[in-house]
Structures are given as structure tokens and as C-alpha cells.
Ligand binder design. Structure first.
Ligand code: EPU
Length: 337
């Protein structure tokens, strides 16, 4: 079933809370709904808007927004050690994590409280605290708008990397994700290597699934603003990946600078954009209705009434300052429309 809205206000449908309108928004459930949309009056301009947690509207949208609303979760396979699930794109990510934690299924707990729909998770390969969605995804099922078919893509074919996937490149403007399949472990697999996580887990009495989820929720809630209170899209920028020589030059000057080795790539290092922005003196910086969050400089916030253009102006300022201070380019991870 589909539901069509015309000339709709998007303020409640983007976590930045910017006030823009869309000409048409269609909530859909199935591939058949999409087949109707793309065969009857094929939209020239369309974009999939999930929960709107990673999209910044800078102007009114004069095309069609497509929002998946089917939220079903089904068990497709199970053995002594694992359970495989098929989850429809409109399901809420954190509700799925809770569902898994309640049932003793390991693999998603470090990704607790990430604001996302399930369908958006593979697009940017959401990640936090040493885990990424790709670690548990087995298949992504999408609707191909070219030939109106449904395609199942194995994890290996999704070109997953840090905040990257095929859905941001070859399949951008082509694929509409319908469902994602996951394989979770029944055997405990705690992943406590990142930052404060181990301390928070130990303070709660050890590495149970529930304690890890609670620890991650506590850390996130301390650092990241609640979108209901302060509009934001999580990390606005990606952490930059630079040549080792660049990182070494910076480490010589700032020995305390965080840097992360990359798996299978000795020539590059990932830096913490939040640290660079903070060190450039911009944490808590405010320009009119927008600002850099005062507890995590990677996050830009809407202090109320901000337009998308104001956010863009601030983001450009942040990029310029980081470039001039450290010689490093940072780029938005948020989709800018
Ligand atoms: N840091 C600062 N100042 C800041 C922010 C960070 O000095 O204002 C330092 C921290 O002390 C730490 C390092 O920078 O040494 C990294 O900070 P943090 O652990 O908070 O993580 P991050 O690299 O800034 C990434 C993800 C987050 C995810 C965290 C935890 C990206 C773009 N962001 O941030 O994801 O929650 O790691 O794993 O990779 C998101 O995507 O929306 C998001 C919040």
C-alpha cells in the first residue's frame, strides 16, 4: 500500500529540523508499490528519505521523496550458533538492536542508539565503537528502478568500506533498498576495544549483551545531542583518511592526536575529524542559528530555526579552518540536497 502526500512540510522528517517542503512524498511498502510508481508516472527526480537522519535539505525538494514504511522482521534461518533475519527497510535500527539483544543475539550491540532506519544502514555502512553494519549484513535486497526488478546483493558485492557502499556510487539513483538480511551470533562475541566502552561495561558488571548495549547508549547520550532537543544529523563529517606521511607530520607536532590504523592498508591512516575541529578551536562555536556541538565537534547542530544554507555555510567554515590549521581536507558524510 502506498500513501501520497503533496506539498508536504519536511520539518518532522529530517533530524536537523530544517523547515523545507517537498512537492511529493510517497510512503511505500512493497516492490509492487514501487513498480506502480515507476511504471505509471516515472518520477524524473526522486530520493529515498528514510528517517531523515543523514540528509540535509538546503532547498525545497521539487521531485518525489520515497519513504519505506514496511517494518517486518522475520527469522529466515537458525542453527545452534546463529540466527539469520530479514528485516524490512522501514524498521527502526535501534528497535532492531534491542530486539536482538533481548533474544541473546550478538553483533549489533555496539551499534546501539544510532539514529537510522534499517534501509539506510547499508548505504553508509553505519558504524560505531569498533563495529560496522557490514559485520552483520549478509544480503541487501533492492528494487532496481531501471528494469523494475528485485535484486539480492550479497555482502561481498556491496563494496562496503568506512561509511561507504555501492549504494553511494554505482547504485546511487538506481537502487531502492527493500530489506536487509543479517546473521547474528548466539555465541558471545564482545567487541570492547574502542575507547571508553570497556570501562563502561566493566562498571556495569561485565560483558553481557545488555551491559554492552547500556554502556554504548550511555556514552552516546553523553556526547551526542538528542535530535528531539537539538536538531542534528550525527557526525556531519567523515573522519579523513590521509597518507601516513601526513599523519606522521601532525603527530610530530601534536603527539596526543588520535589516529587509527586501517585494516589491510599500511599506507593510510584515519584521523579523528572531531579532534581536528576541536583543536582548531571550533567546539561550541556558534554562528546565528547553527553551531558546532559543545560535546562532540563532529556534530553540527540547529539551535532553532536554522535553514539548510546556514548549516552549509558553517560546514564550509569548519572545513576551511581545519584545512588551514592542519592541511587536511574533511568532507561531509551527510547527504546534502
Ligand atoms: N575528539 C575530540 N574532540 C571532539 C570530538 C572527538 O578531541 O570534539 C577525540 C576523542 O577524544 C577521540 C577521537 O576524537 O579521541 C574520536 O572521537 P569519538 O570516539 O567520539 O569518535 P569519532 O571518530 O569522532 C566516530 C563516528 C561516530 C561514532 C563514534 C564512536 C564517524 C564519522 N563518526 O566518531 O558516528 O559514534 O566514532 O565509534 O566515523 C555518526 O556517524 O553519526 C556517529 C556519531
Amino acid at each position: 500500500m502506498k500513501r501520497i502526500y503533496n506539498d508536504i512540510n519536511l520539518a518532522e522528517r529530517n533530524s536537523f529540523g530544517v523547515v523545507q517542503r517537498a512537492k511529493t512524498l510517497i510512503e511505500f511498502e512493497t516492490a509492487d508499490d514501487l513498480r506502480e510508481i515507476f511504471s505509471e508516472q516515472r518520477p524524473d527526480k526522486w530520493y529515498v528519505l528514510g528517517e531523515g537522519n543523514n540528509t540535509l535539505f538546503t532547498r525545497d525538494w521539487d521531485g518525489v521523496l520515497l519513504t519505506p514504511v514496511a517494518r517486518g522482521v522475520s527469522v529466515i534461518d537458525e542453527d545452534d550458533d546463529s540466527m539469520s533475519l530479514r528485516v524490512e527497510a522501514g524498521a527502526n535500527w535501534d528497535e532492531l538492536v534491542e530486539w536482538c539483544v533481548e533474544r541473546g543475539l550478538w553483533g549489533m550491540e555496539n551499534l546501539s542508539l544510532i539514529p537510522s532506519s534499517v534501509g539506510a544502514a547499508p548505504v553508509q555502512n553505519i558504524g560505531a565503537y569498533g563495529a560496522e553494519a557490514k559485520d552483520v549484513i549478509t544480503v541487501v535486497e533492492y528494487f532496481d528502478t531501471r528494469d523494475l526488478s528485485v535484486v539480492r546483493l550479497d555482502r561481498e558485492a556491496c563494496s562496503f568500506a568506512y561509511r561507504e557502499s555501492i549504494f553511494k556510487h554505482e547504485l546511487k539513483g538506481v537502487a531502492i533498498i527493500l530489506a536487509v538480511e543479517f546473521k547474528l551470533s548466539k555465541t558471545p562475541r564482545p567487541n570492547l576495544g574502542y575507547g571508553d566502552v570497556i570501562g563502561e561495561v566493566e562498571a556495569r558488571g561485565g560483558a553481557t549483551l545488555r551491559n554492552i548495549r547500556d554502556a554504548v547508549c550511555a556514552i552516546r547520550s553523553r556526547k551526542l545531542p538528542d535530535t528531539k532537543v537539538l536538531g542534528n544529523a550525527g557526525s556531519f563529517f567523515k573522519n579523513p583518511i590521509v597518507d601516513v606521511a601526513v599523519a606522521d607530520r601532525l603527530t610530530a607536532e601534536y603527539p596526543e592526536m588520535p589516529r587509527y590504523a586501517l585494516p589491510n592498508d599500511m599506507a593510510h591512516v584515519k584521523l579523528a575529524a572531531g579532534w581536528l575541529i576541536d583543536k582548531a578551536g571550533l567546539k561550541g562555536y556558534r554562528e546565528g542559528n547553527v553551531g558546532v556541538h559543545d560535546r562532540q565537534a563532529l556534530v553540527l547542530v540547529n539551535h532553532g530555526g536554522a535553514t539548510g544554507s546556514e548549516v552549509i555555510a558553517l560546514s564550509q567554515r569548519v572545513c576551511r579552518e581545519v584545512k588551514s590549521r592542519f592541511g587536511v581536507d574533511i568532507v561531509p558524510e551527510v547527504n546534502i540536497l
